[in-house]
Design a protein. Structure first.
Length: 94
């Protein structure tokens, strides 16, 4: 698939990728929950889905949440979805 957005740094690129992975993860978790409930299966409170991240700057920003500063002013706040999902314990970034 062609890129829909141009990244201005490697940290920005990693945040975009993490955002997309988080969106897919949340969607898949909702589908699984729907299938369980519509099939009459008991709902099991699953552990957070682990997402492995190898970019240190991206990982640090995930721990601190979205921070607007001189180095991150070009990053759109919508990419903070991953940190919110980590707070809700739906995903775990390692």
């Amino acid at each position: 698939m062609k890129q829909t957005l141009v990244a201005t740094s490697s940290n920005h690129d990693e945040l975009i990728a993490l955002h997309e992975v988080t969106r897919e993860c949340v969607w898949l978790r909702l589908i699984i929950e729907y299938i369980r409930s519509s099939s009459g299966l008991s709902f099991v409170n699953d552990a957070p889905t682990t997402i492995h991240e190898d970019n240190v700057a991206c990982f640090d920003q995930m721990k601190k949440g979205y921070i607007k500063g001189d180095n991150t002013m070009h990053i759109v706040p919508k990419f903070s979805l991953s940190s919110k999902q980590q707070e809700y314990q739906k995903i775990e970034v390692k």
